[in-house]
Ligand binder design. Structure first.
Ligand SMILES: Nc1nc2c(ncn2[C@@H]2O[C@H](COP(=O)(O)OP(=O)(O)OP(=O)(O)O)[C@@H](O)[C@H]2O)c(=O)[nH]1
Ligand SMILES: [Mg+2]
Length: 367
């Protein structure tokens, strides 16, 4: 029996993992391969799962904690994709605040499930907006030193670093990032890519096809700093049905939600790691994002539709108290509804600080 290629794509919150996964999935489908995707979040109602499903990919979701703490669930979800899809390739996206994935996911899969899977080299996407400040050691990088610690640890265990968003960076900016990466993570290949446009992805495909001694970088990591860094984030997943008597355009609504939150968060000084909102109705869907407090909100996937009803899902990862985050999200959704004379129903919200990671397995040395 042939083995399944297992590809995991790491990177910080908002680095471009989901965008890159969709691009990779399309590439393998074009090659006639069958693909399954596994998403992961600290809670239910993940924008990425809905967005990838609406794009037509088979997706299984591991919810409630990161892959490392839900290792058996990850394998069970992969198993359900195997039964339903018989995939040649599985692409998995871990939670963007998670690290130590080689010791807790890659190594256990290789060691315990080597007959079922061949694990691809582990790439980590580099997020320029926060990453440049972190690698420059700038104070006021937007995050605390503990969150910056997680960001660096993610890069440290990578087999290759994918410098993302080159479509919107100058050559000088990309050169500066590449120089800092080469100095601080010596010997790690750095590829220049755009998950949005596909620039540089031939090299990513080549990388992911390589066989050899990959997925072997076991970190020295302080779980106290890691846990405290994660717990600085307020995490919120909310869903609600919106109903209006007159049709409204879905895309401006999504942008209003994200921009409204950006504005209200500005007043608090809390740094945004990633805000994302998806609107869904009868096969239409749109997604809006904001990846840092200093960026602009973007409509990454437009729905181009008018609706009288829509399911809205908001995911927010912000360095703020989760109760305060929930209050701000509720206020903004209320305003957005009032502007369209829309009512809310079936509202569900989970807001919390991520708990301390306690991995199912942790390999102290590479097998
Ligand atoms: N301009 C540009 N935007 C990008 C690129 N890659 C991703 N984005 C945008 O960045 C935002 C975040 O991308 P995602 O793919 O959702 O990031 P993620 O790493 O999956 O985020 P989390 O799941 O929250 O950790 C979206 O608005 C994307 O459209 C890129 O190469 N160029
Ligand atoms: Mg994602």
């Amino acid at each position: 029996m042939s083995t399944i290629r297992f590809i995991m794509l790491g990177g910080f919150l908002g680095a471009g993992k989901t965008t890159a996964m969709a691009r990779l999935a399309r590439h393998y489908l074009d090659q006639g391969k069958r693909v399954g995707i596994v998403t992961n979040d600290q809670a239910q109602d993940l924008v990425d799962t809905h967005s990838l499903r609406e794009q037509g990919f088979p997706v299984a979701e591991v919810a409630g904690a990161c892959f490392c703490c839900k290792f058996d669930d990850l394998l069970a979800k992969v198993g359900s994709l195997e039964t339903a899809q018989h995939p040649d390739v599985i692409i998995a996206e871990p939670v963007g605040s998670c690290t130590d994935l080689v010791a807790t996911v890659v190594q256990p899969i290789k060691d315990l499930y080597g007959a079922r899977f061949t694990v691809a080299p582990y790439p980590v996407l580099f997020k320029p907006s926060h990453g440049l400040k972190i690698l420059r050691n700038e104070t006021g990088s937007g995050f605390s030193p503990k969150a910056a610690y997680i960001f660096r640890k993610q890069l440290e265990e990578a087999d290759a670093i994918l410098i993302n968003r080159i479509d919107e960076l100058t050559t000088a900016q990309v050169d500066e990032i590449a120089g800092l990466v080469a100095k601080q993570f010596p010997g790690v290949p750095a590829l220049r890519v755009s998950a949005k446009t596909g620039q540089g992805f031939d090299a990513v495909h080549e990388l992911l096809n390589q066989q050899g001694a990959f997925g072997r970088k076991i970190l020295e990591i302080d779980y106290d700093i890691y846990a405290e860094g994660e717990a600085e984030l307020g995490w919120l997943n909310a869903s609600v049905r919106l109903t209006a008597t007159q049709p409204f355009a879905l895309d401006p609504l999504l942008l209003d939600v994200v921009n409204g939150l950006k504005t209200s968060l500005k007043g608090t000084g809390a740094e945004v790691a990633h805000l994302k909102a998806i609107g869904l109705w009868e096969g239409f869907f749109g997604v809006a994002n904001l990846i840092s407090s200093n960026d602009d909100a973007v409509l990454s996937l437009p729905s181009k539709c008018q609706v009288k009803e829509a399911d809205l899902i908001v995911n927010a990862r912000v360095a703020i108290d989760p109760a305060e985050l929930q209050r701000l999200v509720e206020t903004v959704v209320k305003q957005v509804c009032a502007a369209r004379s829309a009512t809310q129903s079936d509202a569900k919200t989970q807001s919390f600080r991520p708990g301390r990671p306690t991995p199912t397995h942790r390999y102290a040395a590479a097998k």
